[in-house]
Design a protein around this ligand. Structure first.
Ligand code: CA
Length: 468
């Protein structure tokens, strides 16, 4: 019996110092990692601090948490929830039934500590860090899109033997607040701004839950934030409720959902993929034959890349991909008509990069050309020539006169067929009037080549003169 007494005394001392928080304090191993001793935890611990600008004890907590974090010896992330200034923070505080200020909530309320002692903070971190947790692996990428917009991409892999249900929260915090000072007039550190994501998740065994969202600071009242001062923290809370107290034992309990995985990231600026070289492939060919073209580029951030070929005839390949940065992509195309085409390539990650310079491709085949636009008595005529060596059909044309006082402003024709290497003359309807005009002659094949000639002319009642 005598041996029990010192244990009880130590227990009472711990309880007195840590309140209700140090019931299962442990002593995890310290490992050396890049010359920094860091506690070897089962997961990165997450701490939410309920604080307020009117609270005279809160600056000590703000300072203490900042110094532990900057010391780099404890594997955790934290945020200060300034509940009297931030309604989202206050709503979160209400889920904890916070009673006194400041109060630190470790891992979703596994431990609750209403105080400012650095050693109590550290001991609670160690206790949370030694808790056995499901085997989840989270990854997180934050991309600064400019104008206070942050794209958050994340995934959680369930490597455990059972499916996982919980709640995923993504916190946007300012490393040093530009919004709120504590009671002593110092800026808050790690001040919570808003949730970028907050919803329940279910992950089957071996599966990954992934999602992407864009958080827009401007629409949440923070248009002036800067990328280097922002941190994004992802925390996964399990769905098993544990009764917790912010003010034990008489206060109202709350349901604590423990944190099983935490990861943080700072927003990186996104650069679009580089301008590709002109596509590689044949520079000449004939219509109705398929040709392949290839190209590649890299993304400065190593992002996956989508590619788009523009075939120069009004069509494109559609976005291809995504492919890892640097991968060569290939696509093929059939031109229906002869002509000179600029084949270009561009790449995007989430934002389009620039077009490449063109590869000029000359395709032999049906093509049309306008020539010999002439005036005369009552009419304008022109020739449409098929310069290819196969017949073209479905040639449409217009002769249009603009301005002037006359009748017969437009004449059109449809579905003209022109044999190979031949011309067909087209003529306007009767033109009658007075004045100067511009004369436009157009010919085109739907989804094919088109051509146009514009001339100035004069109408002398019945004689039409077309200027060269
Ligand atoms: Ca990029």
């Amino acid at each position: 019996m005598k041996k029990i007494i010192p244990i009880c005394i130590i227990g009472i001392l711990l309880c007195a110092e840590f309140g209700a928080t140090a019931l299962s304090s442990t002593d995890p191993k310290i490992i050396s990692e890049n010359n920094v001793g860091k506690a070897e935890y089962t997961h990165t611990v997450f701490v939410e601090v309920g604080t307020a600008t009117w609270c005279s004890d809160c600056p000590a907590s703000n300072t203490a948490w900042h110094s532990i974090y900057e010391g780099g010896n404890y594997n955790f992330e934290y945020t200060e929830m300034v509940v009297d200034k931030n309604t989202v923070a206050n709503a979160r505080r209400n889920q904890y039934n916070q009673y006194s200020f400041p109060t630190s909530y470790f891992d979703g309320g596994q431990f609750v500590y209403p105080g400012t002692s650095i050693s109590a903070f550290q001991n609670n971190l160690n206790s949370c860090g030694s808790r056995e947790v499901p085997d989840l692996v989270a990854n997180l990428n934050a991309t600064w899109l400019g104008s206070a917009k942050i794209q958050v991409d994340f995934g959680i892999i369930n490597n455990d033997a059972v499916s996982y249900a919980g709640n995923l929260r993504v916190y946007i915090i300012e490393l040093q607040s530009t919004q709120w000072r504590d009671y002593n007039g110092s800026w808050y550190n790690h001040a919570f701004l808003d949730f970028a994501f907050n919803q329940t998740i279910n992950i089957s065994v071996g599966e990954t839950y992934s999602d992407s969202t864009v958080w827009d600071g401007a629409t949440h009242g923070y248009p002036g934030i800067s990328s280097e001062n922002i941190q994004v923290i992802l925390a996964v809370f399990d769905d098993s409720p544990h009764q917790g107290y912010s003010h034990p034992p008489s206060g109202s309990p709350f349901w604590a959902y423990y944190v099983d995985e935490t990861i943080a990231a700072t927003p990186q600026s996104n650069n679009t993929p580089k301008k590709p070289n002109p596509p590689s492939g044949p520079t000449s060919g004939i219509a109705n034959v398929e040709y392949s073209y290839s190209g590649n580029t890299t993304d400065p951030n190593g992002d996956n890349i989508y590619y788009l070929f523009n075939w120069g005839d009004g069509s494109n390949s559609g976005w291809l991909g995504p492919y890892p940065s640097g991968t060569t992509v290939e696509a093929s195309h059939v031109w229906s008509y002869g002509g000179i085409y600029n084949v270009k390539l561009k790449a995007k990650d989430t934002i389009d990069g620039p077009w490449s310079d063109p590869l000029v491709v000359q395709i032999a085949g049906p093509d049309i050309e306008l020539q010999n636009v002439k005036g005369g008595f009552f009419k304008v005529s022109a020739e449409i020539k098929n310069t290819g060596d196969v017949a073209v059909s479905n040639v449409n044309w217009n002769i249009t006169l603009r301005s002037g006082v006359f009748i017969g402003k437009q004449t059109s024709g449809l579905n003209l067929t022109i044999p190979a290497n031949s011309s067909v003359t087209i003529k306007s309807g009767l033109i009658f009037g007075l004045g100067s005009t511009s004369i436009k002659v157009e010919a085109w094949i739907p989804d094919g080549p088109s051509t146009m000639i514009q001339r100035n002319g004069d109408i002398f009642l019945f004689l039409i003169k077309v200027n060269p």
